[in-house]
Write a new protein. Structure first.
Length: 297
């Protein structure tokens, strides 16, 4: 990478990875799985800085002052970001490195940085906590049991059904029909299945549903983690293929130069051969002319 803009984007990518690792560690999740990817990105950042310094020297020697000044203006900031990110990766945090970590180079990534820096317990009480425990809990963990309040005297509860019926009609329409994903589906929903159960059975049934949902969420989380690892591996493969294509491009340029030199040499040889043929024809004509002069005398 000899382009400062590419290094700025790489720095933002490393910042987001570090913020995600911090977020995972704060939730007691496995955040060390990112270490290999972050380490490779930091190595790539360091190599890019070295290439950029060589490019600056080359431009100075070639007399390209504008290009050299552009790189020299970007190098100090990039070097500082590399040092701060390296310190953050190895656990040596400082106010300067913290400021570097939470400020993106590309304003378009501000939303991603804001989401990555948001604490999982921030926001109204209860709402964020439910989101964090349901989506970002350690694998195998279970949410706290939910309590449901029932009445042991259904006839007493029926005294307030008039108001509830009015509210229900406002919510679901005068027909009282419930919304279904598939209107033609006549199968019973959760509420219909629990219609003939007593309080204990309903509580056990709800707990069973919650356990099934937890298992499905755990399976979904594992699938997403596998997809993420697969996407990271694909990204690494693409980086390797880009490097291979760069090598092939360089080899093609070298062979093209050799072919051009060989073509020029063939052209010179062809011209020399043409000139030698003309010289031989002139000598033969001179000899014939001399012989004719001698014979005619």
């Amino acid at each position: 990478m000899s382009n400062p803009n590419q290094l700025y984007l790489l720095a933002d990518h490393i910042k987001l990875s570090l913020l995600e690792r911090q977020r995972a560690q704060s939730l007691n999740l496995d955040g060390d799985s990112k270490d290999g990817h972050i380490s490779r990105s930091l190595d790539q950042f360091r190599d890019g800085l070295a290439v950029l310094e060589k490019e600056q020297k080359r431009l100075e020697e070639a007399g390209d002052e504008d290009g050299s000044l552009t790189i020299s203006d970007a190098l100090p900031g990039l070097q500082k970001q590399y040092n701060d990110l390296t310190s953050q990766f190895h656990g040596f945090a400082s106010p300067s490195s913290e400021s570097t970590l939470i400020h993106p180079n590309d304003p378009a990534l501000s939303t991603d940085f804001e989401h990555a820096t948001t604490s999982p317990t921030a926001g109204p009480p209860g709402a964020a906590q439910v989101s964090s425990t349901s989506n970002l809990r350690p694998k195998g963990a279970r949410t706290a049991s939910k309590t449901v309040r029932f009445t042991d005297n259904p006839t007493t509860a029926n005294t307030t059904t008039a108001t509830d019926a009015d509210l229900e009609a406002q919510l679901f329409g005068s027909s009282g029909s419930r919304y279904r994903d598939n209107p033609t589906d006549d199968g019973m929903g959760y509420r219909d299945e629990a219609a003939d159960m007593n309080n204990t059975q309903i509580h056990a049934y709800h707990q069973q549903i919650l356990d099934q949902q937890d298992e499905q969420l755990d399976a979904l989380g594992a699938s997403i983690a596998r997809q993420r690892e697969l996407s990271m591996q694909i990204g690494d493969e693409l980086d390797e293929h880009v490097a291979m294509l760069d090598d092939v491009d360089g080899a093609v340029d070298r062979h093209q130069g050799r072919l051009d030199r060989a073509r020029r040499q063939v052209s010179r040889i062809s011209r020399a051969a043409s000139e030698s043929k003309q010289m031989i024809a002139i000598i033969i004509l001179i000899i014939v002319l001399v012989l004719l002069i001698i014979i005619l005398k």
